[in-house]
Design a protein around this ligand. Structure first.
Ligand SMILES: [Zn+2]
Length: 185
């Protein structure tokens, strides 16, 4: 174990009780070379993935319900590809680059006043370059798809999904997908 890793709390001991079925997600038995996992309390054992809105986005908007449903991109000139002649007149230009917008403000003429972009869940103040603009890219977003810049994928490699009976393991939310905990016989 590397020094900086957080200590992991294992709940195996909790399973070593008389009421295995009441507390565990599955039992493990080994017969020869094969290991058998028997699911307890209904449901199945599988990898489970879901999308979650970035914490900084929720914090910024004060909740999931208040996050706008329209997304914007910030388009700014690719300055490395823009060439000027001696009179500083642009003689050729490259394309625009873009970034995902977290939030922006315009004045009454529609000129950008303030801009925050988002990358990997981190919102940063953005310098507004001359010639840059903001444009809507997606509307009616539920922030739960791959196309949305406000969420990321989380997963549990070995999850207990669809349990039909209560079992303790430190969570009252036993009916939601959760890390599967085993009983070692
Ligand atoms: Zn979204």
């Amino acid at each position: 174990m590397k020094g900086f890793e957080m200590p992991r709390v294992t709940l195996h001991e909790m399973c070593m009780s008389e009421s295995i079925a009441a507390t565990c997600c599955y039992s493990e038995t080994t017969a020869g070379l094969s290991t058998i996992h028997a699911v307890l309390n209904g449901g199945n054992l599988s990898r489970y993935s879901w999308r979650e809105v970035y914490a900084q986005v929720i914090e910024f908007y004060g909740g999931i319900a208040t996050i706008p449903k329209t997304h914007y991109s910030y388009y700014f000139p690719n300055l490395d590809d823009v060439y000027y002649d001696e009179g500083a007149k642009m003689i050729s230009g490259g394309g625009y680059w873009s970034k995902d917008v977290a939030a922006f403000e315009q004045n009454t003429e529609g000129k950008l006043q303030a801009l925050g972009t988002i990358d990997d869940g981190k919102i940063s103040d953005e310098e507004i370059l001359p010639g840059a603009y903001v444009s809507a890219t997606r509307s009616e977003c539920d922030h739960m798809t791959n196309a949305c810049p406000f969420n990321y994928v989380r997963s549990i490699d070995y999850a207990h999904v669809g349990a039909t009976m209560p079992h303790a393991l430190g969570t009252s939310q036993w009916f939601l997908p959760h890390q599967a905990h085993q009983y070692n016989s």
